[in-house]
Write a protein that binds this ligand. Sequence first.
Ligand code: FES
Ligand code: FES
Length: 152
Amino acid sequence: MKLNINGTEHAFDGDPEMPLLWFVRDVLGLKGTKFGCGAAQCGACTMHVDGVAIRSCITPASSIEGQEVTTIEGISGKVADAVRAAWVELDVPQCGYCQSGQIMTAVELLTDNPNPSDTDVTAAMDGNLCRCNTYHRIQAGVQKAAQIMGGE
Ligand code: FES
Ligand code: FES
């Protein structure tokens, strides 16, 4: 099968049930996406498939054939740039382990809704857990990114 990751096609003839997360981290060596729970509970493994945030730890590699996968290494454009800038400005991460998943979810939210309310942000980010309890800075980071986008 052929898997499109960050705009590049990769041939893969391994186990079609291999989780996408394994393919990206272990076969391609892209380590920005993290393994947390392995059970769709924490959001550490969030990637985009055709722009939609998914849990790559429970997504078989074969199920994304013909679709475009974007990982934290591959996100680009106005929304991604604004989120990165906001994360740096507000110093959002603590240990950082959950943050690529947080950013992928934030980018999806702000792509769909460039001007979210605090309630919208809380609802969208709800499934991304953070052991370091950076939730207040994540909330502020998403709003800062919205401001940056609006200010352009
Ligand atoms: S590692 Fe996939 S949701 Fe936790
Ligand atoms: S920053 Fe440490 S788990 Fe979120």
